[in-house]
Design a protein. Structure first.
Lengths: 815, 333
């Protein structure tokens, strides 16, 4: 029975072998791809760091030119932040979260696969700049106007902006998917209060990404448009402002730090209880601190801008918020200490790395408190002190937990035990090397050495300190090398690992290793935070198929969708199998970015058209099934399938995507209002926007919402098209010139933004109409009309806000 | 030195033994030579000592929790530990810090209003245009890449940028503040006693960001007034045939199209004012000492010592012309 079931499930769920594996969408496959690719970018970033350190070994060193050095530090930061830290943590989550919450896969397997390809292609696009000799050199923060075309006329910033934006599709897509998976597909009985803390950390992180990335995406689009077409969003001489970029960048940039750090704390909170042999102390305190860190992280972006001359009151506010964020971090640290204190700690390798993390991270946190103090920051800002601080919090706060996590979960993935001595040698080399690099660097900064200088003069007292940092840097590199060798040897020669090799309590350890593609032969019922400690037989019973969805006749990928808080079974989602569509769609999306980069706009348009086609095909092939609309999940219960549900996983995902989109639009509105407040003249003289045409357009579009509500899809589409045409006519007849003034540029941008949304809404409605899902009689196909309606009404609301921003504010400014 | 200052110095000395290396230097935040930098250094040492104590405390707790024989540990309530260590203690310390920090911030900003002298500094890639008040209202006296201040008197510096974002930082005297195109920021500088310091651009500004330094001289009151008077006057170049030959070459090669020498050239493009060039210790914004040999290097091989500078290289000129120009520049006092 149990062998037959497992064989059947494997046949349904497995990723095909050979080259066809590229069509695989299973979360284990995709998660490992993310982790492996992220590690490759980590090594690339590490090599760049070694170049930087080599150049700074001696005063006046000439190993690198200024151009090479600037490219090296720009690409080092970019690789580590965008192509290593965020994606590898998402890889961990993609791989582990379903296993921890008792699910068989993530909710949108094709989206995971698509996200991976976007990440990989975005990275290749960005790093290809090195091979054409035009790498970005304006820093990973790309401050304008240095990154604007007059000061950097080559393609470097374009490579950066487009590569990053391409890869960010992946970050946002994975975040939405993880959030929905965590909220809607936990095993029955796994209430929010019983979720492993790593899952909590990923939920918070995913929601943060949804709100943190859009401002940067918007900034990236605006800067690319400014560079390519001359729209002056950031150009002071034409109504723009250089600080607008800094606000958009750091509104993303500071949460970014925490959305790297929070998953790492989740890893620590998974490891500490296992090796303390005791449940995590202060579970609710940790959840509280995760959530409050997330909130605070959005309120302290200005601490990167203390030296820009902002008013005292604002400085004090942001200083308070920056100091306050130390409190949730402190709560987590003391919860780990309390767990160890009250447990019986086993000093195994993952715990050793965790202790290294605590040592480094606490120091980084303390220097963070110093930098949160405005006056201290006025001295330390943009010096080597900050370089030291950020590496303490990021390398200490993220890389050490990452290495701990890799050692911790490696036996689960590979079925082999880790080494005893190689892993400890790697730890000590990395730990000593790291501290030797960055501890002296605090002093280097305070005795006057700025950041981002490719050389320095003799006699300023920086030589010895820099040499020590370089020696430490290479020692760290040797440590990472030892880690790699050790991992390879463990995979090759490690002793076979039994199931649950560490005696942990969370659900992922109930799975056999190496891991089967479907994770769980049946979806278990959870009654505790550490289900394996509570019920030693749970693993066996799950794999024998005793719980839900353990039917041996299964022929498609089925998984439970449960209620958000209490995790009661609600319906069953049928997941798509392996498909080439995500790869094809990502390649076409790549055409678009390549076309924009090379300013070959017909090619970009072609890419966009083909990618849209791929997405339509993607949607067409999913979501409907001629089979019965309900299935037997075991235990004499029948549940409906997801496409017969209004609140399907697709609806939740769309809602989150719209939250991200609303943030994108809010960032655009912020840009408009920010420039209004700093601009001496807004709108500039001789601009009178007619509001009658736009008002008519708005009325028509509002009516389309009503039509859609009444399921009159044809009427709704017609009204939207006429409304859009009226708006375009109004725009064309207005005396605006996109390149003359930032006001004109932003008004046009806002309306293009709204029109693009309208076009997508029309496409979605046409799709539903073509499938016939809009008819009132098709009660079994409620998912697609629900998603379309959500998007449509949102678009109309956004249109109304756009109208108010463009037409409602300027009259207020006029006397 | 006032009594208050000496008290601060002794407080600082108490912590100085923690320093790993010499903190002194002409570009060091830990060797404060003015009241603003003094307040910041004092704050720094308080932060270092407190952070060190907290760090050691946390390590001791972790060590106890991990290595102490579990049978012999004192039992502890998890919640009590979390609330005390993670919530109450940091809340108290951080609130105290915030109050202290906001106090210093406010005091430093308030100092902006007390200054008697106002200097304008305009950043360019990769040099500093420095404008002192001229003899009459609305006039100014220009120099570049040097800042001279009278000791013991607060001076307001108003800052902006002509191109990209730069940052103005003289660590021995005060913290830094950005120089942003289209905006004006300001900072109060005051030096305790005469001395020589080095400032440097602290915001990444492109190719020669590393080569954008500023020589800072804090002078005695009388010396400063003498210097300012000479700055306001025309150049006092030697009046001999060699200097005249150099001046003619300077003009013939088009140097005057960018560089102002009062009474000699009126440029259309902004470049460092050379009217009193010979009085500066460095050339190229701190890149080289201002000697005859280095002036020749600058004229012929400047792209090597300062990549990305706007000035073209004059390596194609014959040695005599180069020497004449370099020599002439050395006479501009």
């Amino acid at each position: 029975m149990s062998a037959a079931l497992q064989e059947r499930l494997e046949a349904v769920w497995r990723t095909p072998p050979g080259l066809r594996a590229l069509s695989g969408v299973n979360h284990s496959t995709v998660g490992l791809r993310f982790i492996l690719t992220g590690f490759v970018f980590f090594l690339i970033g590490g090599v760049l760091a070694m170049l930087v350190r080599s150049q700074l070994s001696f005063a006046g060193n000439t190993l690198l030119t200024h151009h090479e050095y600037n490219a090296a530090f720009t690409l080092h930061g970019t690789a580590m932040m965008f192509f290593f830290a965020v994606p590898i943590m998402q890889g961990f989550a993609i791989y582990l979260v379903p296993k921890m919450i008792g699910a068989r896969d993530l909710v949108y397997p094709r989206l995971s696969a698509f996200g991976y390809w976007c990440y990989l292609f975005g990275g290749i696009l960005l790093f290809s700049s090195v091979f054409v000799g035009q790498p970005p050199t304006a820093g990973w923060f790309m401050y304008v106007p240095l990154s604007s075309r007059p000061y950097t006329p080559d393609l470097g910033p374009d490579f950066w902006l487009l590569g990053i934006t391409f890869a960010e599709i992946s970050a946002v897509a994975s975040a939405i998917e993880l959030a929905v998976a965590i909220l809607k597909t936990r095993a029955p009985g796994m209430t929010l209060d019983r979720m492993p803390l790593f899952v909590w950390a990923m939920l918070v992180t995913a929601l943060m990404i949804v709100f943190a990335f859009p401002p940067l995406i918007l900034g990236g689009i605006l800067l690319e448009v400014e560079r390519a077409f001359g729209l002056p969003y950031f150009d002071t001489t034409r109504g723009g402002d250089a600080l607008l970029w800094q606000h958009l960048f750091w509104f993303f940039g500071h949460p970014e730090v925490y959305l790297i750090f929070l998953p790492a704390t989740g890893i620590v909170s998974a490891i500490v209880p296992t090796f303390a042999q005791r449940p995590m102390a202060g579970y609710r305190w940790i959840v509280l601190s995760l959530v409050s860190t997330a909130f605070l992280s959005f309120g302290l972006w200005v601490h990167h801008m203390y030296a820009t001359g902002i008013p005292l009151l604002a400085l004090s506010f942001f200083s308070a918020a920056s100091l306050a964020v130390a409190i949730p971090a402190g709560i987590q640290v003391f919860a780990w200490i309390a767990t160890l204190w009250n447990g019986r700690p086993v000093m195994s390798v993952p715990l050793l790395y965790v202790l290294g993390f605590i040592f480094i991270f606490v120091l980084g946190g303390l220097t963070g408190v110093m930098l949160a103090m405005v006056p201290f920051d006025w001295q330390a800002h943009d010096t080597q002190f900050v370089v030291a601080h950020l590496h303490y919090v990021l390398f200490g706060g993220m890389v050490f937990p990452l290495l701990a996590g890799l050692y911790y979960w490696l036996p689960l993935v590979s079925g082999r035990q880790i080494s005893k001595s190689g892993s400890r040698l790697a730890f000590w080399l990395t730990f000593i090397g790291f501290n030797l690099t960055f501890l002296p660097m605090h002093v280097t900064g305070l005795v006057g050495m700025p950041r981002r200088v490719y050389t320095y003069a003799e006699g300023l007292g920086w030589e010895t300190l820099n040499l020590a940092s370089t020696v430490g840097g290479f020692l760290t590199a040797v440590g990472i090398g030892a880690f790699l060798i050790d991992i390879v040897l463990s995979l090759r020669f490690g002793k076979p690992a039994p199931r649950n090799v560490w005696g942990a309590g969370t659900l992922e350890w109930s799975i056999d290793s190496p891991v089967p593609s479907y994770n769980f032969a049946s979806q278990p019922v959870i009654e505790d935070r550490e289900p394996l400690w509570r019920d030693a037989a749970l693993a066996e019973r799950t794999q024998r198929g005793e719980f839900f969805l353990g039917d041996v006749k299964v022929a498609r990928r089925e998984m439970l969708v449960t209620s958000t808080r209490a995790a009661h079974p609600d319906h069953v989602v049928v997941l798509p199998g392996n498909t080439w569509i995500p790869l094809v769609a990502a390649v076409f999306t790549g055409f678009f970015f390549l076309g924009v980069l090379l300013k070959t706009y017909w090619f970009a348009a072609l890419g966009l058209f083909l990618a849209t086609g791929a997405f339509v095909l993607w949607a067409w092939r999913g979501g409907r099934d001629p089979d019965p609309y309900a299935v037997d999940i075991g235990d004499d219960r029948r549940l409906r399938l997801h496409y017969a549900n209004v609140r399907s996983p697709g609806w939740w995902g769309t809602a989150l995507a719209l939250a991200a989109d609303a943030t994108l639009f809010a960032s655009l509105a912020f840009a408009y209002l920010f420039l209004w407040t700093v601009s001496p003249e807004w709108p500039p003289a001789a601009r009178t926007l007619g509001w009658i045409g736009p008002a008519v357009a708005l009325a028509l579009i509002a009516m389309s919402s009503a039509a859609l509500f009444l399921r009159a899809y044809g009427t709704a589409i017609a009204l939207a098209l006429i409304g859009g045409a009226v708006e375009i006519a109004a725009l064309v007849t207005t005396p605006l010139s996109a390149t003359r003034h930032a006001y004109d540029a932003l008004v046009i941008t806002i309306w293009i933004f709204a029109l693009v949304h309208l076009a997508i809404a029309v496409l979605m409605a046409a799709f539903v109409k073509a499938r016939g899902s809009n008819a009132a009689s098709t009660v079994h196909h409620r998912a697609e009309p629900a998603v379309t309606a959500l998007f449509w009404h949102y678009t109309v609301a956004q249109w109304a806000v756009a109208f108010v921003v463009v037409h409602g504010f300027p009259p207020l400014a006029l006397p | 030195m006032s009594q208050g200052t000496s008290k601060k110095r002794s407080a600082q000395a108490g912590c100085a033994s923690l320093a790993l290396t010499g903190c002194g230097g002409i570009q060091s935040a830990l060797d404060p030579r003015g009241p603003a930098a003094q307040a910041l250094a004092e704050l720094s040492w308080i932060l270092f000592c407190a952070a060190g104590a907290i760090f050691i405390g946390v390590l001791l707790l972790v060590g106890y929790a991990v290595y102490r024989d579990p049978g012999k540990r004192r039992p502890i309530s998890s919640t009590a530990l979390i609330v005390t260590g993670g919530l109450v203690f940091p809340a108290v310390v951080l609130t105290a810090l915030l109050v202290y920090g906001v106090g210093i911030t406010g005091k430093l900003r308030a100092a902006d209003r007390e200054a008697h002298l106002e200097i304008r500094v305009i950043a360019h890639q990769f040099w500093w245009e420095v404008l002192y008040p001229g003899a009459g209202p609305g006039e100014y006296a220009a120099t570049a890449n040097e800042l001279r201040l009278p000791h013991g008197r607060p001076v307001t510096v108003r800052l902006t940028s002509r191109d990209v974002v730069h940052s103005f930082w003289i660590p021995n005297l005060a913290g830094k503040i950005d120089m942003i195109p289209g905006r004006v920021t300001q900072l109060t500088l005051e030096g305790d006693s005469p001395g020589f310091f080095r400032g440097q651009c602290a915001e990444f500004c492109g190719a020669s960001h590393a080569h954008m330094a500023l020589e800072v001289h804090v002078l005695g009151e009388a010396e400063f007034e003498r210097w300012l008077a000479s700055l306001r006057g025309p150049t006092r170049s030697r009046d001999d045939p060699a200097a005249a030959q150099g001046r003619d070459a300077f003009l013939a090669q088009g140097c005057g199209n960018c560089h102002a020498v009062q009474g000699v050239s009126q440029p259309r493009i902004a470049a460092p004012d050379l009217t009193h060039f010979a009085a500066r210790e460095f050339l190229g914004a701190g890149v080289l000492r201002n000697t005859q040999a280095n002036r020749l290097v600058w004229l012929t091989d400047g792209e090597r010592v300062k990549p990305g500078r706007a000035m073209p290289s004059y390596g194609h000129l014959d040695a005599r012309t180069l020497a004449a120009i370099a020599d002439y520049l050395g006479t501009l006092r």
